[in-house]
Design a protein around this ligand. Structure first.
Ligand SMILES: NC(=O)c1ccc[n+]([C@@H]2O[C@H](COP(=O)([O-])OP(=O)(O)OC[C@H]3O[C@@H](n4cnc5c(N)ncnc54)[C@H](OP(=O)(O)O)[C@@H]3O)[C@@H](O)[C@H]2O)c1
Length: 336
């Protein structure tokens, strides 16, 4: 195994701003806390929260590196004193609270997962952020059950593609909204039973029609704003609405009466500030319940829209903000 150098290439936000604010720099290789492992990064997933961090709208939690990047895959090259659950030489993917856009990253051992066969490292790098998020919000908090109907907004996004694949693998009936015909086709190709072109169709009507007037049992919403009232209208009796982002704005005016009459539940959460224990618990749940689905072919990896060299991270953000991607954008590390 190649020796671990003192310094590494990493991407920093020179100052909050446009994609070009992302610049390669030299940083010391991270020091390990006892519960962490050091990963030589082969690939790092790009997520919308990284874009918000670059713009200065989503600062890293206290004590977390300013280097962006919430997920990686690579090889364990050092193991902290209390991280013996992992070993040097192991190939893992990991959820991190920051620091993924770099040649090396420190990750809590409990937030690492093995690369699920038959996935490549690059595909595995694109799993943790969306899998932890979807599993927590859809399967745990909103308790989607096999046979229920599920609506996801932004169906072609990183989160959306993962949500479609996971919900279908678990036996739900899946509806997805998307902004273009091509994105709708991508949602159908991933297994969605119905894709709704929201610019031309009212998703409330479409979901009602597809469910014989019943509505969706679970709705995963990354839009917020005026979508919330429409989610309430599209929800079934005993429906659960899970909000994970507010791309359409943070304010909503809703009629609470349908909440009472339909006995609805509303939940909202962000993953990043949660404790290592909580993320470790989610990692174990994914390992036990979801990872075997890859091996049996019940689940495939979300699509990778583009691979971009680490040094050109700005280009990955440009692509994401341009907004025509389907699935994930991944940074690759040449030295790995
Ligand atoms: N809470 C959490 O723990 C958590 C964790 C990870 C990510 N997130 C959030 O989840 C969202 C998706 O993340 P991602 O990495 O998957 O991003 P992404 O791939 O860039 O997807 C964003 C999607 O949002 C849709 N969209 C944007 N503005 C919209 C609007 N006003 N109305 C309707 N749809 C809109 C776009 O779809 P169309 O082109 O079809 O409109 C696009 O597919 C982000 O907001 C991110 O911050 C939350």
């Amino acid at each position: 195994m190649a020796p671990v150098p003192q310094t590494m290439t990493a991407i920093e936000v020179s100052e909050p701003g446009p994609p070009r604010a992302l610049r390669p720099t030299k940083r010391p290789v991270p020091e390990l806390r006892p519960e962490e492992v050091l990963i030589r990064v082969v690939a790092a997933g790009v997520n919308r929260p990284d874009v918000m961090q670059r713009k200065g709208a989503y600062p890293p939690p206290r004590g977390v590196t300013d280097i962006p990047g919430l997920e990686v895959a690579g090889e364990v090259v050092r193991v902290g004193a209390q991280a013996s659950s992992r070993s040097v030489g192991e190939r893992v993917c990991a959820l991190v609270a920051g620091g993924g856009y770099a040649e090396f990253v420190a990750a809590p051992a409990v937030q690492c997962l093995p690369i699920p066969p038959p996935l490549a490292l690059i595909e595995a790098a694109a799993l943790p952020e969306t899998f932890f998020t979807v599993y927590l919000n859809v399967f745990e908090r909103a308790a989607l059950a096999p046979g229920e109907s599920f609506l996801v907004h932004g169906g072609s996004s990183g989160i959306g593609t993962t949500a479609i694949l996971l919900a279908k693998a678990d036996g739900a009936r899946v509806f997805a909204t998307a902004g273009t015909r091509a994105k709708c086709d991508a949602c159908l190709e991933l297994g969605a039973d119905r894709a709704i072109l929201y610019r031309e169709e009212d998703f409330v009507e479409a979901v009602r029609e597809a469910t014989g007037g019943r509505g969706a049992d679970v709705i995963l919403d990354m839009v917020g704003g005026d979508y919330l009232a429409r989610d309430v209208a599209a929800a079934a009796v005993e429906g659960r609405i899970a909000i994970i982002a507010l791309l359409g704005g943070p304010r909503a005016e809703i009629d609470l009466l349908p909440f009472l009459l339909k006995r609805l539940k509303l939940s909202a959460s962000t993953l990043r500030p949660q404790s290592i224990e909580s993320k470790g618990r989610l990692a174990r749940a994914l390992l036990e319940r979801v990872w075997p689905w890859f091996e049996t072919g019940r689940l495939r990896a979300p699509p990778i829209h583009a691979r971009v060299p680490l040094e050109e991270a700005w280009r990955a953000h440009e692509l994401m903000e341009e907004g025509s991607h389907v699935g994930k954008i991944v940074l690759t590390v040449a030295a790995a």
